[in-house]
Design a protein around this ligand. Structure first.
Ligand SMILES: [Zn+2]
Length: 250
């Protein structure tokens, strides 16, 4: 036996971090924004969220924070949560642990100028990297033993919209369609919705328009549906089960 498994990673329940992909209520959804902050998108997103009194969770990229740190202050002042999304938006799953430590610490050090470092810390890496990889869970735990992986249950693949449509009317129409498709999904209540601010790796002139367009359609539709917007809250006393339940992203 020992020989057979010699080259396999050894797993123990303790390797896996608690994960979050749904709320504990079906009467609300959580909104999460990756890849910000950007001057083109963040102010408009904040304005829409304020109009609907909706709290959100922002996973911010360090290099973008460095270019516009005042936007972090505005996000925090508006009552939203901010966490590090790494520094340079690379896939961290196959990098040495030190790279992840550096990417996260460098970014969190900038965010800590605007609010105390949260504990438990919600970690969402670029590309959702390593959610099903025990080594990655161990590395994130070594960076912050309080960490919980912030996944999501609903994506509208918003990062593709700007490059798949051309012209503002087409982008607007597509955003409306994606919102209606989202609203038609089962299990939307309790869902954690993934959105992006000016998503990375998109070379399309209307890239920064997508988040405000989606949000301006999504927020009133959620209200019509009677779904509130709630915060993405960490598990306070994570059960063993929370380490195993990895909800598939859709
Ligand atoms: Zn990202």
């Amino acid at each position: 036996m020992g020989r057979l498994f010699r080259n396999q990673p050894t797993f123990s329940p303790g390797d896996w971090l608690p994960t979050l992909a749904r709320l504990r209520t079906t009467r609300a959804v959580a909104l999460t924004f990756d890849d910000g902050p950007t001057p083109e998108t963040t102010p408009r997103v904040l304005e829409l969220l304020a109009r609907y009194d909706a709290p959100a969770t922002f996973f911010l990229s360090g290099e973008r924070v460095e270019r516009a740190p005042e936007l972090v202050g505005r996000i925090v002042a508006a009552g939203h949560e901010v966490f590090a999304h790494g520094y340079s938006h690379i896939r961290l799953q196959h990098e040495a642990p030190e790279r992840l430590f550096e990417e996260m610490s460098r970014t969190e050090a900038m965010l800590a100028a605007y609010r105390p470092t949260p504990s438990p810390y919600l970690v969402r890496l670029p590309y959702g990297s390593g959610a099903r990889n025990a080594q990655l869970h161990r590395t994130v735990r070594a960076w912050d033993s309080s960490a919980q992986l912030a996944l999501w249950s609903h994506s509208v693949r918003d990062h593709l919209i700007a490059s798949e449509e051309s012209g503002l009317p087409a982008v607007e129409r597509r955003c409306g369609e994606e919102v209606e498709r989202l609203l038609a999904r089962r299990f939307l209540g309790g869902g954690v919705i993934l959105l992006h601010e000016t998503p990375y790796n998109v070379d399309a002139p209307l890239n920064a328009e997508v988040a405000p367009l989606l949000l301006s359609r999504l927020l009133p539709r959620l209200a019509e549906r009677g779904l509130k917007i709630d915060r993405l809250r960490p598990h306070q006393n994570p059960s063993r089960l929370s380490r195993y339940v990895l909800t598939a992203s859709v």
